[in-house]
Ligand binder design. Structure first.
Ligand code: SF4
Length: 433
């Protein structure tokens, strides 16, 4: 296939770009030590290293001319892709990695030259920059959904036209997790049917057939990984902080497209075992327990390091690591995946999220909530500010405006006073001073 032949050249361009900017990287472990890591026996790797190795493997496979590569929207369940032996590629997650590798500023600026817009989601703008710079692997197909991420649909169409590759769109009903009875069953059927059409589309285009046993294995892997993650939640709820915030936020469990892979089971089991060990040693010397909402600035760790190391305010639960779906039913794969998609609380009225925040505050014994509002996100930006109003007088709740990918929109010295006052509020509430 001619389109795939250029992936090797694109990989070369990507590596050259990464090398040129490596001094800006916040992820030296993941980038510079990758060669070193590949020499460590697998069972000696930490959970974060195993995750890093898997993501590197997936990204490397995405540049392989022999692989079927699917670009997909965030929140698109990856289990079907593993069931079909295809390589999932989430441009948003890779953009977060690019920010950590110090590459996002230049790519966002490139993207803005095309979009002529500085206030849309920089995850997408960074992707536009990566497309126009030709450093991303050309996909075989693109799958976009109506769930969240407004720029995603336009981005999908732009990439589809740019690369001359076909895209497939899936419509997800809003507020699926609030539906009941017949309305819920109809929504499940509606999404499940579209997933079946998507598989039929793949089969028609590639001549491949969905292997039902492989799909069942992917769903089983997903269920096992989910079980380990729920155990991690229990441990964290009942112990002092057990892991650094930057590390646990990078697991971004609900966004990672590793659900369905065998490695994901082992990664979350390893993470669980590490936290058991940390608990046995007494965990971190936390003074305050905080919940983190939305993502973090990937190009800079200052804010989280300051909270934890200087103020003793540790992140003990993250919205992005909140498992909102039930275990898959292996005998009913499409409806089961549809139920997972519909359960997403981020694509529903704010009352759903506020209820989850209240439950999490209670379960994880939080002293405060910290929201990092990504300025270009039409969903999370406004909802975070409204949520913080709803919690006035109930729980200290700070929202810091910034950008997860674009370093131009964030400056720690400018927000430090507000962070200090948030910590003071937690202190007063806790110690009654
Ligand atoms: S920040 Fe918002 S719009 Fe951007 S990728 Fe995330 S959910 Fe989508």
């Amino acid at each position: 296939m001619t389109h795939r032949a250029i992936r090797s050249k694109q990989f070369g361009e990507f590596l050259a770009l990464a090398k040129a900017k490596k001094d800006r990287s916040t992820m030296k472990d993941a980038t510079e030590k990758m060669g070193e890591l590949s020499n460590i026996p697998y069972d000696k790797l930490t959970a974060a290293q195993k995750r890093g190795r898997l993501i590197t493997k997936l990204i490397t496979r995405a540049y392989d001319p022999n692989e079927y590569v699917i670009w997909h929207s965030l929140f698109m369940p990856s289990e079907i892709f593993y069931g079909m032996g295809m390589v999932p590629f989430s441009t948003e997650m890779v953009s977060a990695g690019l920010a950590g590798a110090g590459l996002s500023k230049g790519l966002v600026e490139m993207g803005e030259m095309y979009t002529q817009c500085m206030d849309s989601c920089s995850f997408s703008t960074c992707t536009i920059g990566a497309i126009t710079s030709d450093v991303f692997p050309i996909p075989d197909f693109l799958i976009t959904t109506s769930q969240l991420c407004d720029p995603e649909k336009k981005l999908g169409r732009f990439a589809s036209e740019n690369y001359k590759r076909k895209d497939f769109f899936i419509d997800i009903p809003y507020g699926g997790c609030l539906l009941e009875g017949d309305a819920y069953d109809t929504a499940v059927d509606y999404v499940a049917k579209q997933l079946e059409y998507m598989v039929a589309f793949f089969e028609r285009e590639t001549g491949m057939k969905l292997d039902n046993e492989k799909l069942a294995r992917a769903l089983d892997n997903s269920n096992k990984a989910r079980e380990w993650f729920l155990k991690i939640d229990e441990l964290r709820a009942n112990n002092p902080a057990l892991i650094k915030g930057t590390k646990i936020l990078d697991f971004s469990a609900v966004l990672l497209d590793i659900w369905g892979s065998e490695e994901a089971v082992d990664i979350f089991k390893t993470l669980h075992d590490e936290l058991v060990e940390s608990a046995a040693k007494g965990g971190m010397s936390e003074q305050y327990r905080i919940g983190w909402i939305h993502l973090r600035p990937y190009y800079d760790n200052t804010i989280i390091n300051y909270l934890e190391e200087e103020c003793g305010a540790y992140i003990v639960k993250e919205e992005i690591n909140y498992i909102f779906w039930e275990a898959h039913d292996l005998n009913d794969p499409f409806r089961s995946i549809a139920r997972k998609v519909l359960a997403n609380p981020a694509y529903s009225p704010l009352t759903v999220k506020n209820k989850i925040y209240s439950d999490v505050i209670k379960k994880f014994r939080l002293d405060g909530m910290f929201g990092f509002a990504h300025k270009g996100c039409r969903h999370f930006y406004s909802s975070l500010h409204i949520a913080s109003d709803s919690f006035k007088g109930k729980c200290p709740f700070i929202v810091i405006d910034g950008d997860c990918v674009d370093p131009r929109a964030y400056s720690f010295p400018l927000i430090k006073t507000r962070v200090d006052s948030f910590v003071d509020t937690m202190k007063i509430r806790k110690e009654g001073m």
